[in-house]
Design a protein around this ligand. Structure first.
Ligand SMILES: Cc1cc2nc3c(=O)[nH]c(=O)nc-3n(C[C@H](O)[C@H](O)[C@H](O)COP(=O)(O)OP(=O)(O)OC[C@H]3O[C@@H](n4cnc5c(N)ncnc54)[C@H](O)[C@@H]3O)c2cc1C
Length: 593
């Protein structure tokens, strides 16, 4: 049997079983150790089920309402190492879906199904693009600008938005762009003055660590001359331009103060302060896009108040210029710590990094190579599109990812052995994640604990940046003191000590009760450091229904903001149009913080 017929036959048989509502037959078409990841198409949720029992459970709950039809392959499948891979399409009762299938020994190993659009509510793209002008002669003609101005004057004042997104970083902006295309009236509320400020206000030397191919926003790719690694102010400008051309209703200088949900009317009462003026918004859907990082975390170290030099969290670090020739102590050893240390060293400061616990380090070049099949110039040349790369990326269930990542990091560890040996010789404590699965899993599980080396590690290895190990237990007038009594004399202390949980940030707006009802945000339940079990299979609370009706979380790196905003926007659009959205397997809450 050819690869094409095996995948084609599998999909046809699968469709037959679904049409006959024969759940057991459909589940038996999956092999042992199988996974089905569904993004909204069947489940109105973001969910991965495991094993034949999981498949059967998903189908029993969703088959009737999803009413899937037309499962088919869309291009010639590929085969390697006994695994056949195929792109697919299908329709549901309310929309069109896509997917990716891996077959092993004639049965499904992994299946990804995604809802791509809602029938009757397709985005006005390409052949459906708006005309932009009504040719002819009309009295009282309203220009595009007049339309935009009256929308800006009305929305939130005389007309309520369907959706309010709190947080206008890249996450809020990408989601708002999609909702605009779907015709869902939306306001983005952002504390900073201008789109892009969340990047502009970070430390001066910051450039994106992810390469350009990974970072495109929906609808509008970066141009071909865009740098591989965007400097932070450049990405800020891009976001500002994007918010403008995507016609977002972006309320800068606006702070969300409090939100309460009225169960009876199904609306939020969201109090915001816009340029000092309190305004109450009443959306049906509230999205918190407050960032991955939450509130800056500054440890309570005795004596902090009496320090006579400058001290601040890394997120407030103004940059190195004022510290040439002065002594800087940077507490922390992850991304921000390394970036801040390197910039201070470049400016001529005498820098000490304090490492408390082990850190995962990977060279930027090595990381880029690990992404190259999907996100690189070679991938583009080979015909890879952003959508396809995102789909392939999404098709690997989180449960399998560590096994996929471990050999990648084993190879990196071997190839960069000298590099790592130099760091260890300098006293730097390295790790590769609890199970050796490296950077990406650390990001997904806990969002911290790593540095993508763009130059600082070399300075640590050769002693240009001094390294101190241990816990800072006291701050004196002039020094940070370690547990072993070492006093690190300083004119500047930077706390590169990370960020608090998203829940506490959300609680500041929603109140503790709602925040606890919703539970922990981010993490997979991997039972590794800072990601307590039980296993959940998907990022907690992200881009999917939560235990609080009408409340959603969105955000992540640029890739996540781009990809998952599609599925969140479709969930919001369906609700706005009154399309039934029966949610399968709403996640349990196991942790509140
Ligand atoms: C040092 C550093 C380097 C990073 N490097 C990369 C990288 O290379 N690539 C990448 O993709 N990501 C990177 N990230 C991660 C980055 O934070 C996130 O990817 C990104 O900023 C998340 O976007 P977001 O829209 O979810 O959140 P943010 O950009 O953090 O936006 C959240 C917004 O919410 C606003 N806000 C918060 N509370 C309120 C309120 N009550 N009312 C109104 N507004 C509010 C904030 O002002 C903020 O603008 C980095 C992060 C840091 C800290």
């Amino acid at each position: 049997m050819t690869v094409t017929t095996s995948a084609g036959t599998w999909l046809r048989d699968f469709q037959d079983a679904l049409t006959e509502r024969d759940v057991d037959r459909a589940a038996a078409m999956f092999g042992p150790g199988c996974f089905w990841r569904d993004l909204v198409a069947f489940s109105w949720n973001i969910v991965t089920v495991e094993g034949q029992d999981g498949v059967a459970d998903l189908l029993r709950s969703t088959l009737e309402s999803a009413d899937p039809t037309g499962f088919r392959i869309t291009e010639v499948p590929t085969e390697a190492d006994g695994v056949t891979e195929a792109w697919l399409e299908f329709e549901t009762a309310v929309g069109r879906g896509s997917g990716y299938l891996r077959l092993r020994d004639g049965r499904a190993w992994t299946l990804l199904t995604t809802l791509e659009e809602l029938t009757g509510y397709e985005e006005p793209l390409s052949e459906r693009r708006p005309k932009g002008v009504a040719h002819g002669a009309y009295r009282d003609r309203r220009t595009w600008l007049e339309g935009r101005e009256s929308e800006a004057a009305e929305l939130g004042y005389t007309r309520q938005p369907e959706v309010v997104i709190v947080g206008g970083g890249q996450g809020g902006i990408a989601l708002a762009a999609r909702l605009r295309q779907l015709g869902v009236p939306t306001i983005v509320v952002e504390r900073n003055e201008r789109p892009g400020d969340s990047w502009r206000k970070r430390y001066k030397s910051l450039a994106l660590h992810d390469p350009v191919w990974y970072d495109h926003l929906p609808y509008l790719d970066f141009p071909k001359n865009w740098p591989v690694f965007s400097p932070k102010d450049k990405i800020g400008d891009w976001l500002e331009m994007y918010a403008k051309v995507m016609e977002l209703n972006y309320w800068g200088s606006t702070v969300a103060r409090s939100a309460s949900y009225d169960e009876v009317s199904g609306t939020w009462e969201l109090v915001v302060e816009r340029a000092g003026e309190p305004i109450t918004l009443r959306p049906r859907q509230l999205v918190l896009a407050l960032g991955v990082s939450g509130r800056p975390n500054i440890p309570e170290i005795p004596g902090r108040q009496r320090f006579r030099g400058d001290q601040h969290h890394s997120s407030q670090h103004p940059g190195p210029d004022a510290y040439a020739g002065r002594r800087a102590v940077v507490i922390g050893s992850n991304n921000s710590a390394h970036d801040v240390c390197a910039a201070l060293w470049e400016a001529g400061a005498e820098v000490t990094m304090v490492q408390r616990s082990s850190t995962h380090i990977v060279r930027s070049e090595s990381l880029m190579e690990s992404l190259a099949d999907l996100y690189s110039e070679q991938a583009v040349a080979a015909g890879m599109t952003t959508w396809k790369a995102d789909m392939v990326f999404a098709s690997l269930p989180y449960r399998l990812l560590p096994e996929v990542q471990k050999p990648v990091y084993d190879a990196i560890r071997e190839r960069d052995a000298d590099y790592y040996a130099r760091l260890e010789k300098a006293g730097f404590e390295l790790d590769f994640g609890d199970d050796g699965s490296g950077l990406f899993m650390k990001y997904l599980r806990r969002g911290s604990g790593y540095y993508i080396d763009v130059g600082a590690a070399g300075l640590v290895a050769d002693g240009s940046i001094a390294l101190a190990r241990g816990q800072v237990v006291e701050i004196t007038e002039t020094a940070a003191v370690l547990a072993d009594g070492t006093a690190l004399e300083a004119d500047l202390i930077v706390y590169a000590t990370g960020y608090g949980s998203m829940n506490r940030l959300a609680a500041g707006i929603l109140g503790e009760q709602v925040a606890d009802r919703v539970g922990k945000v981010w993490g997979l339940g991997s039972d590794t450091t800072r990601d307590p079990g039980p296993w959940e299979g998907e990022e907690r609370n992200m881009w999917k229904p939560t235990r609080q009706p009408g409340l959603w979380f969105h955000g992540g790196n640029l890739h996540q903001s781009r990809y998952y905003s599609r599925y969140l926007s479709l969930q919001l659009k369906a609700r706005a149009e009154g399309i039934p959205t029966p949610v399968y397997a709403l996640a349990e809450v196991h942790h509140t913080d």
